[in-house]
Design a protein around this ligand. Structure first.
Ligand code: HDE
Length: 706
């Protein structure tokens, strides 16, 4: 029979040479020449030919006895597990939490006792609505879920990048998510809320108004995971060694400061690099630029809870930082990517009910519902009760129980005792309860009638929505208005558009008018009757604005440099030095990915060909082309987009005089204060310093007419 033209990994001689070696751990590995492992079946049987099925003659039928083929296809057929019903698209990394301020007086939680102590963590970021393969820059809330592998068990803080939520009672969660996800008859739109069902539900649920303001803000289009805040959302309880309880709200503050993209950029990033956020985290961690957050806690007691304007059990409300300041107690550092996405990121199972001694729940009706839901959903998604045996979910502290059997049981107790109490005594009797160390629920006194009602204060749906809006800068308020207009313009039913505007009238009249105008509504609908009077005297909170909290530097950001043959080598070098000194990155975009020949004759490889490296992928851009290069690129549509988009997205733009024809052809003639001319090497530093402001916002009003 003629030799098969395909090339197996190992030649027949190598196969024959395959030998069994004993590994360090005593296990045996079958290896061929040069220490390359031999391909085997799941049963460890060496495979001779992985290119052809076993068949009768060269053109005959396949044989059932081909166990290698059967096993391979069988396994492939079953590779997928159900994606998460929400937060399906996610990306995760390992790291540690370091306690920087002991909370020993407030909680007995072991991880908060000793300053300087590190606890391993696994953090998964996600979008909510999109399916597993959706794009990263969907306008959406981001999940920020942290598993702390503490010495007294796993604690999961399953939070979001927004401190409030849409609904107040978990019983509404299926409705909210059904409305947000693709519509059931047509299965679109995916990963976006700009459609009738979503806004129908929101406009019929006044409790969602505060969250609607947050999701229409730039918080839902973060520059990447590294630049967003995180929140535990609910009020939790800390309990100290004496059994005293303190309420707590958890916050994550990014070291690099907050940053978002602009909406038009988000739309384009989704096309240019749908994995923009994944790539960013991967690049940062693999380069050793480890993302970091500080953990902050807001601590308060029953008395504050009684006096506060809002109910602390209501997850649609915040406690402003100006009212209860944030105490910074630790830092979170992500320093290791996963070895295998499926094993870790996909199989990690967060459960809000994973708490440790010293951390307890409150009666927030959303949290209570979540406590039921997470365990339940993991059973379906991971296929059995033993998902805690998977390495990513197993505690890193010792653990012993009498739970046994079930699908895929890896941790199996030894010996006779599988129940307690038992009289076997000593180690043979298995683990025992520990009244001192064991988890004890806070003995809150509760009594009351069985009712399906919500507390009175929950009914204030607009006051904090108004406070959020008034806490934003003018630029951010415009973005919120534009986002409402964009989303509601995709809603096909005029009555839904109007109903949403009727809620906005309770938030801010001017906003409602601008949105109505942007939608072309003939008349302003009457304001929705508020269930409780809107508090108009809440003080704006600076902490709620992204732009009021600018980053300390341009570190962690990326400059896209458009270059051509003849690029000024000195200037490029100066830009590289200035960026490096700031902790920022440079990426070269060129007519050909092979690179360019600089003015000093050196050949510099590019990272992107110009049509694959649009300026939306960068925080700022520089155009360092030669005269010849400018002429060439002035005829290239994607090069013109590079500069016109950078301009439209209010980015800082460095340029050399030779680039003028490209700008002209791109229609960018207004060289405003966001432009920095690079004449000499020192200008590069000035450019990077200017970039610290992230955007030249003054330009924005000039590029938007509708
Ligand atoms: Fe979740 N949520 N959720 N959620 N949630 C899930 O659990 C649920 C809510 C959050 O990276 C599910 O493992 C209910 C608020 C994150 O694996 C599910 C309610 C907050 C993640 C579930 C909420 C969150 C989830 C789906 C209303 C912020 C991703 C897959 C009461 C504080 C975790 C899964 C990861 C995932 C239920 C509301 C955050 C179905 C019933 C509020 C970050 O159990």
């Amino acid at each position: 029979m003629a030799a098969d033209p395909s090339t197996p990994n190992l030649s027949p001689t190598q196969m024959a040479d395959a030998k069994i070696l004993r590994g360090q751990g005593g296990e045996t590995h079958q290896v061929a020449e040069g220490d390359v492992p031999v391909l085997t079946t799941q049963q460890g049987v060496p495979v001779a030919d992985d290119q052809n099925t076993l068949r009768v003659g060269a053109r005959g039928p396949a044989l059932l006895e081909d166990f290698h083929f059967r096993e391979k296809i069988f396994h492939f057929d079953h590779e997928r597990i159900p994606e998460r019903v929400v937060h399906a698209r996610g990306y995760a990394a390992h790291g540690f939490f370091e306690t920087t301020d002991s909370l020993a007086d407030i909680t007995r939680a072991d991880l908060f006792q000793r300053k300087g102590e590190r606890t391993p963590v696994f953090v998964r970021f996600s979008t909510v609505a999109g399916n597993k393969g959706s794009a990263d820059l969907a306008r959406d809330v981001r999940g920020f879920a942290t598993k702390f592998y503490t010495k007294e068990g796993n604690w999961d803080l399953v939070g979001n990048n927004i401190p409030v939520f849409f609904i107040q009672d978990a019983i509404k969660f299926p409705d909210l998510i059904h409305a947000a996800k693709q519509e059931p008859d047509r299965a679109f739109p995916q990963a976006q809320t700009a459609h009738d069902n979503f806004w129908d539900f929101i406009s019929l649920s006044p409790e969602a108004t505060n969250m609607a303001m947050w999701i229409m803000s730039d918080r839902t289009i973060p520059r990447s995971f590294r630049f967003m805040e995180g929140f535990g959302v609910h009020t939790f309880r800390f309990v100290n060694a004496e059994g005293k309880s303190t309420f707590v709200k958890f916050h994550w503050k990014p070291k690099l400061g907050m940053q978002s993209v602009v909406w038009n950029e988000a739309l384009k990033i989704n096309g240019a690099d749908p994995d923009f956020h994944r790539r960013d985290l991967w690049d940062a961690i693999t380069m050793g630029d480890f993302p970091e957050w500080e953990m902050g806690v807001q601590l308060f007691d029953e008395e504050f809870a009684r006096k506060f304007d809002f109910d602390v059990l209501d997850a649609t409300k915040i406690i402003p930082e100006e009212v209860i300041p944030i105490r910074r107690v630790g830092r979170l550092v992500l320093d290791r990517m996963v070895d295998n996405f499926f094993a870790e990121t996909e199989q990690v199972a967060f459960c809000t009910q994973n708490v440790v001694p010293g951390i307890d729940f409150t009666n927030d009706p959303l949290l209570q519902g979540r406590n039921f839901s997470y365990l339940d959903t993991q059973l379906k998604r991971l296929g059995g009760p033993n998902f805690t045996h998977l390495p990513i979910n197993a505690p890193k502290c010792p653990f012993h129980s009498f739970q046994q059997d079930g699908h895929m049981a890896f941790h199996n107790p030894k010996g006779r005792a599988n129940y307690e109490p038992n009289s076997w005594g000593g180690p043979a009797g298995g683990p025992r309860e520990s009244p001192e160390r064991g988890y004890r629920s806070y003995p809150e006194t509760v009594s009351g009638d069985k009712l399906r009602v919500r507390p009175e204060l929950f009914a204030d749906h607009y006051s904090q929505a108004r406070q959020f809006y008034l806490s934003q800068t003018k630029i951010e308020q415009t973005h919120i208005k534009d986002a409402f207009v964009f989303e509601l313009s995709k809603v096909e039913t005029p009555a839904i558009r109007a109903r949403m505007v009727s809620h906005l009238r309770n938030v801010d009249e001017a906003l409602a008018k601008m949105v109505a105008d942007g939608l072309g509504l003939m008349e302003l609908p009457p304001a929705a009757p508020p269930a409780r009077p809107v508090k108009k005297d809440l003080k704006p909170s600076k902490a709620l604005s992204i732009l009021e909290n600018p980053p300390p530097s341009f570190a962690g950001r990326k400059i896209g440099v458009l270059v051509s043959d003849g690029v000024d080598a000195t200037l490029l070098g100066a830009l590289q030095t200035a960026a490096k000194a700031e902790g920022a990155l440079i990426e070269l975009v060129a007519p050909k990915v092979g690179g360019v020949t600089a003015s000093d004759g050196t050949v510099i490889p590019a990272k992107q060909k110009v049509n694959g490296g649009p300026s939306v992928l960068y925080d700022a851009v520089a155009v360092l082309v030669s005269e010849e290069g400018a002429k060439l690129l002035a005829r290239e549509a994607t090069a013109k987009d590079f500069v016109s988009d950078a301009y439209a997205h209010a980015k800082f733009i460095a340029h050399v005089p030779a680039a003028a024809p490209l700008f002209e052809k791109a229609g960018v003639t207004d060289m405003d204060g966001g432009f920095v001319a690079l004449g000499k090497a020192a200008d590069a530093k000035a450019f990077v310093q200017a970039c610290r402001a992230l955007r030249f916002w003054d330009r924005e009003a000039k590029v938007h007419a509708v």
